[in-house]
Design a protein around this ligand. Structure first.
Ligand code: PMP
Length: 366
């Protein structure tokens, strides 16, 4: 449990919506009724007001600075969650091509592939199915994708607990990356990508907003016929993501999280914290004969640590007892079962220590 000035909080290991930095929550609480002397909450401000424009401008500046985003990229703050991008990307980026390439690394790849198939032929260039998604096929094994509209992959598979340790080389074919569960967790070289997107409810802020970073030349591609206006990237670019009423509160939270990331020392500093947190957990699991994680260490996620006890009954008991100790959200995804500790940027070291102490106690008493 975390003791704050006013309340007791659990350590929340949920995959998303996930834990937010305590200082961000405290700031939101302090300025909720009267934001920056406007006499009203940020939730009540017009999205077209000059006050809200400050949040729009500041968030652009902060994300560009943190991720060192080159000038020829647009940053969009959209609605519709990560999943809307599964459709928006083929609708907007297929252009005159008749297929798009996807790597199948697990659940979120498969859902994106199924959505893309509504619009085009999908060339699945590689799949982790053979290894039960415990490995990411090296690029040497991938099928040719030189004639595809783009190559799409999921940098961190939230459910399966695997993460890329390399950036795919795609030459002239635009690289599209779903970074929903590891954006801002370490530095990424944005110039290698055509599109990066991420829903906010893990590392960026709260649900209701999705960030898309898109290279400007990709906006020249013809859009699939009958694409709704809200699903056209160009409309959002034209209006600086204020095409319609923006998710103002979620946008404000994102900006507060970005300021927190800067105060923590930026992405290099967070990468170090995250590596330390993940190593502590994996080292403990590897040394134990009670808990298991059989993912190749080269591909283990630094954000979502999946593990199991010897039986499903023990997994179940573990999750229920952990909850009583103020360690919540540890149940594995309904598709794969087991246990999962999501340890995004905002999970403090103390949360990892509390989890390890509980794991030790549970193993000894079972
Ligand atoms: N991609 C990944 C990697 C995810 O983990 C998730 C959500 N867990 C999504 C996409 C979908 O995001 P949303 O629920 O915001 O549509």
């Amino acid at each position: 449990m975390q003791q704050t000035k006013n309340t007791t909080r659990v350590f929340n290991f949920s995959a998303g919506p996930a834990t937010l930095p305590l200082v961000v929550l405290e700031k939101i609480q302090a300025e909720l009724l009267n934001w920056h002397n406007c006499g009203m909450s940020v939730m009540e401000l017009s999205h077209r007001s000059s006050e809200f424009k400050n949040i729009v401008d500041e968030s652009q500046k902060n994300i560009r600075e943190l991720m060192q985003i080159p000038k020829n990229y647009h940053v969009l703050f959209l609605q519709g969650g990560g999943r809307s991008q599964f459709a928006m990307i083929p609708m907007n980026i297929l252009g005159d091509f008749s297929s798009a390439a996807y790597v199948d690394n697990g659940i979120w790849s498969q859902i994106a592939i199924a959505e893309a198939k509504i619009y085009t032929n999908v060339n699945v260039v590689a799949s982790g199915e053979g290894s039960k998604y415990k490995e990411i096929p090296t690029q040497k094994e991938w099928r040719d994708f030189s004639k595809d509209a783009y190559l799409y992959y999921v940098d961190n598979e939230t459910v399966n607990g695997i993460e890329y340790q390399f950036v795919p080389e795609t030459g002239d074919v635009p690289l599209v990356s779903d970074m929903s569960s590891n954006i801002l967790s370490r530095p990424f070289d944005v110039s290698k990508y055509g599109i990066i997107f991420a829903c906010a409810q893990k590392n960026l802020g709260t649900a209701g907003i999705t960030m898309v970073i898109i290279r400007d030349d990709l906006l020249n591609r013809s859009v699939v016929a009958n694409t709704p206006s809200m699903f056209r990237f160009q409309n959002h670019v034209n209006d600086n993501s204020l095409y319609n009423t923006a998710p103002t509160f979620s946008w404000y939270v994102v900006n507060e999280v970005l300021k927190w990331v800067k105060a923590e020392g930026g992405l290099a500093a967070l990468a170090k914290h995250n590596a330390t947190k993940a190593k502590k957990l994996y080292d403990y699991i590897d040394a134990s004969d009670f808990y298991f994680n059989d993912i190749d260490s080269k591909f283990r996620s630094r954000m979502n640590v999946v593990f199991r006890c010897k039986t499903e009954e023990l997994d179940d008991k573990f999750e229920k007892q952990a909850q009583l100790q103020g360690l919540t959200g540890l149940k594995g995804h309904r598709y794969v079962g087991g246990l999962r500790a999501s340890i995004y940027n905002a999970m403090p070291q103390e949360g990892i220590d509390a989890l390890l102490e509980f794991m030790d106690h549970f193993a000894k008493s079972h």
